[in-house]
Write a protein that binds this ligand. Structure first.
Ligand code: LLP
Length: 417
């Protein structure tokens, strides 16, 4: 199959994923169904790898965006490392065969058990977010007779101009350490025998649609490197996080080439190995959520299209007010209606789209919630005791189940009767 621009497309009114009609997949696997395109993942990964090639970077896929082992395995084989934030994510990465030397670990609340697990596994780098954490890592490493490679995640106080709930690089956010005191942290690390400070790190938020926050923050990081140099502190790695935006509706995200141009002067001058942590950019438009219409409910003030997927399957719209395009899996040329597209969950916030103009569906018709590959399944839950969805990975004209649909028994498996 030739590389098409978008692996999700219509042919004679039928929505396809690569060479598979979505309705065929739905018939076989049921709904709600996460459908991923292998080609999309690999194409987006290749775009990042190709666009940043001049830096010989380590591309650490942000596991929180899509943590399925089959996805991690596929990206790992393509050369990706991983950005993790928990012992569970580390466990998944190891199962997926991602080499620990390509794994970097961020997060403000690493427990001693998680630190021990990461040290035992031999990960590349801890991105440290507080001084108590630095001391905890040093203590665990001492107990294990080893030395932990660490970097400091610095909070550059730069506004990434993204949703308030997904902004991480402003000084009032819990993330990172205040950049003004960076020298103190590296000096403190220098006094500890079981950590070695090799990195400097930032992550500004997600999704970001402008290059300016990156360059403003990088300027600040470079100033820190200059200060460190005057104290004979030299590093190896420059981790600039993720956050690269994608198109959900009409957004015009910057390209990887533009990103490379913007960061080039800073990365070159730093002389450090570049690490990037894209999640959404690689997986966001590589997956959709297919759902079936259960009822169309018309009231004097509003119409509701009630589907079999809810906020437990995709929480982004209720949580952030995020917009996802919603399209018929099979266009029929019916008249359109304006409706809220909602789920079966007992919460008024259980919606996928509000006031959408859409071809009037009948019960049993299927809809596709687009751009659902990132922070879709990975943020799903069992709320309202709903078994979680099935995930399938499509490659040309083959589909494989990469996570079976949960059963009622799965719901109670860990519980004590
Ligand atoms: N690195 C770190 C340290 C992060 O915290 C994140 C995302 C990333 C990388 C990857 O960001 P990305 O390239 O995917 O934008 N649930 C929200 C997004 C939360 C992102 C949290 N951190 C959403 O659905 O939009």
């Amino acid at each position: 199959m030739s590389m098409v621009q978008n692996p999700f497309y219509y042919k004679t009114r039928t929505l396809y994923c690569e060479n598979m009609p979505v309705r065929t997949l739905v018939k076989k696997y049921g709904t709600p169904l996460y459908i991923y395109s292998r080609q999309a993942f690999l194409q987006r990964y290749a775009e990042v790898a190709g666009g940043l090639k001049e830096f010989n970077p380590l591309i650490c896929f942000s596991v929180k965006s899509n943590a399925n082992i089959a996805i991690l395995k596929m990206l790992g084989r393509a050369g990706a490392g991983a950005d993790i934030v928990s012992g569970g994510e580390l466990f998944r990465c190891l199962k997926a065969g991602i080499p620990p030397s390509r794994i970097v670990y961020a997060g403000v609340g690493k427990t001693t058990a998680e630190i021990r697990f990461a040290l035992k596994s031999g990960i590349r780098l801890f991105n440290v977010e507080s001084l108590p954490e630095l001391h905890a890592i040093n203590a665990v490493a001492r107990g294990m007779g080893t030395i932990a490679r660490i970097g400091f995640r610095l909070n550059p106080d730069v506004d990434a101009k993204t949703h308030a709930l997904t902004t991480t690089g402003k000084k009032e956010n819990k993330f990172g350490l205040p950049i003004a005191h960076a020298l103190d942290y590296y000096r403190e690390a220098g006094r500890l025998a079981h950590v070695r400070a090799v990195g400097i790190d930032m992550h500004l938020g997600s999704p970001i649609f402008s290059l300016q926050p990156y360059t403003t923050a990088l300027r600040k990081l470079l100033a820190v490197l200059d200060t460190l140099a005057t104290h004979n502190i030299t590093l190896e790695e420059l981790d600039i996080g993720g956050g690269l935006g994608i198109t959900y509706a009409n957004e015009k995200p910057f390209t990887v080439a533009a990103f490379a141009r913007a960061i080039r002067p800073f990365v070159r001058r730093s002389g450090l190995r570049l690490i990037v942590e894209p999640g959404r950019y690689i997986c966001g438009n590589s997956g959709i959520l297919a759902t079936s219409v259960t009822y169309v409910k018309k009231t004097p003030v509003k119409n509701f299209i009630i589907t079999d997927s809810g906020m437990n399957d995709l929480i982004r719209p209720p949580l952030y007010g995020s917009y996802h395009r919603i399209e018929p899996v099979q266009k029929r040329g019916q008249r359109t209606m304006t409706a809220d597209i909602v789920g079966p969950i007992c919460e008024s916030s259980d919606f996928m789209g509000k006031d959408r103009k859409i071809e009037e569906p009948g019960a049993g018709d299927c809809l596709a919630v687009m751009s659902a590959g990132a922070y879709g399944f990975s943020m799903s839950s069992n709320y309202n005791s709903r078994p979680r969805a099935c995930e399938v990975l499509v490659s040309v004209n083959n589909a494989s189940v990469i996570r079976r649909r949960e059963t009622y028994d799965d719901l109670v498996r860990a519980e004590v009767r």
